[in-house]
Design a protein around this ligand. Structure first.
Ligand code: FES
Length: 94
């Protein structure tokens, strides 16, 4: 194991570069496949930090331009919402 194996790609879900590379080696060809199997891009930042890094790995591994890789779907909430603000919203409706 090298230091490169310990590089964290997705800090929110604690997914390492070596895990991403292993998934690609096992046949993953899309960001959505990697997302579902590793939970990368599903953390608090919703992939703002790691999405492009994973797309770069896919691009490099499959020798295709990064523009040819389909981005994953964005699902709300895309920004952090505190429980307090949700509770306030609920109180206004009563
Ligand atoms: S760094 Fe991957 S979801 Fe935030």
């Amino acid at each position: 194991m090298t230091n490169k194996d310990e590089v964290i790609v997705c800090r929110c879900a604690d997914v390492k570069l070596s895990e991403i590379q292993e998934l690609i080696k096992d046949g993953c060809t899309t960001l959505d496949e990697i997302k579902r199997l590793s939970r990368a891009c599903m953390g608090q930042c919703q992939g703002k930090t790691c999405r492009n890094l994973i797309m770069q790995e896919l691009s490099k591994a499959h020798s295709i331009p990064i523009e040819a890789i389909k981005p994953s779907r964005f699902r709300p909430p895309v920004v952090t919402i505190s429980l307090g603000s949700l509770a306030e919203e609920d109180n206004h409706e009563k």
